[in-house]
Design a protein around this ligand. Structure first.
Ligand code: GLA
Length: 395
């Protein structure tokens, strides 16, 4: 697999091939994994993500007029319009790009046109947040064009707004935050109430994180996701009526659960509470290198996502069961929004091959579908490199 430098060089070369000049800058943003803390971000909870060695890159040069020309290598398409005129995005990637651009322009008063090329190697639809990587890379590419550059937190909040306003998904900040702020070799405990994070060592001794891709398209994810956002929000409002001292979701405790009459809301909030606690417990266990406990917490997270939050699907459940049945895996759970995507597993380094063979074979037998098994390095978050014009640049 290629390194960041190789991806940057590739991006520059493709830009030159399309536009006939060296780009002014190249921005990059990685995909992410999330060790634990799922469906907590939009309710001001806790998560434990890391960025992975797959990136979306955006090479860009400003123009001396208001023309916008953006090419996507992966989707083999482009969009062209004048800044200040309306444009109707007609492909999924274009909604992200257009939304980011509109919100960035609103915030900074951007007047400069530009040409840009998007490429990268974050697997699409595999649950490692290729769309957040696209937003974050694109925002980082736009930032040097503003009279006054935005701080990284504002940048990622604009990315989140893009999802809310232009994709109609009320997602949290997990993916963008991880893509922007991660550190190589570290996991990041992230508090969405205070928007702060702390790095801990991601070293897992003779175990490693392995992802199994269910290869199931997350068709339901948009609508079911919004449903969960609403259910938990309504549950909170119901409790707030009875306990006015509750200011945010983070003030909720187990003792409040019996006061929810709706069993569905009770289950949803129970997941939120237990998952936040599991993040805290996982951090402690990781710091103590108690990997057995980390594994158990992972698997209980899956059960909670399956039974209380109901965002799993039979393929993900099967992958978890089979992973655990190999005997080489300390814990397993679905990762990300759910209804497809992948599982994350803590697997013995010296047994990865046997683990993969077992899981691949049984998954294929059961569903007549391939699973892709992936391992990633944990890398730094997003950034932007200036490229000196007309000087051959080596990264
Ligand atoms: C998706 C969303 C994130 C987060 C996860 C679930 O990846 O984009 O904001 O809610 O689902 O943890």
């Amino acid at each position: 697999m290629s390194t960041l430098n190789q991806q940057l060089e590739l991006s520059r070369d493709k830009f030159i091939a399309h536009f006939g000049e060296v780009p002014y800058s190249i921005a990059y943003a990685p995909g992410r994994i999330n060790i634990i803390g799922e469906h907590t971000d939009y309710n001001l909870g806790l998560s434990l993500p890391c960025a992975i060695d797959r990136w979306v890159t955006v090479s860009l040069s400003p123009l001396d007029n208001a023309r916008i020309h953006v090419i996507s290598e992966d989707f083999q398409g482009d969009m062209q319009f004048e800044l200040g005129t309306s444009y109707g995005p007609n492909a999924s990637w274009q909604h992200y790009v257009y939304g980011c651009l509109m919100l960035f322009q609103e915030k900074t008063g951007l007047r400069t046109g530009f040409q840009a090329l998007i490429s990268g190697n974050v697997p699409i639809g595999s649950g490692v947040s290729s769309s957040a990587a696209l937003e974050v890379a694109f925002m980082n590419a736009l930032n040097p064009l503003a009279d006054e550059a935005l701080d990284p937190m504002t940048l990622i909040q604009l990315c989140q707004q893009t999802e809310h306003q232009y994709l109609n998904v009320k997602s949290g900040l997990l993916d963008q935050y991880a893509s922007q702020f991660s550190r190589a070799g570290k996991a990041m405990i992230l508090d969405f109430k205070t928007l702060t994070h702390r790095y801990i060592s991601a070293d897992t001794l003779n175990y490693t994180w392995v992802l199994c891709d269910s290869n199931v398209q997350r068709t339901l994810s948009g609508s079911k996701y919004s449903e969960r956002v609403k259910e938990t929000h309504n549950g909170f409002l119901t409790l707030q009526e009875q306990f006015p001292e509750l200011k945010t979701m983070r003030d909720l405790q187990e003792k409040h659960l019996p006061f929810l009459n709706d069993p569905l809301q009770q289950k949803r909030i129970r997941h939120y509470l237990s998952e936040n606690q599991r993040v805290i417990d996982t951090v402690k266990a990781l710091e103590e290198k108690d990997l057995k406990t980390v594994g158990q917490l992972l698997t209980s997270s899956h059960l909670s996502l399956r039974d209380d939050y109901e965002v799993s699907c039979m393929e993900l459940d099967y992958l978890v069961e089979e992973a655990l049945a190999t005997g080489y895996c300390l814990g397993s759970r679905m990762m990300g929004g759910g209804f497809g995507g992948c599982t994350i597993n803590l697997v013995r380094k010296d047994k990865i091959e046997a683990f993969s063979e077992n899981v691949e074979a049984s998954y294929f037998k059961q569903f007549n579908r391939q699973t892709k098994i992936n391992r990633y390095q944990i890398v730094d978050g997003a950034g932007v490199f200036p490229v000196v014009k007309n000087v051959p640049h080596r990264f």
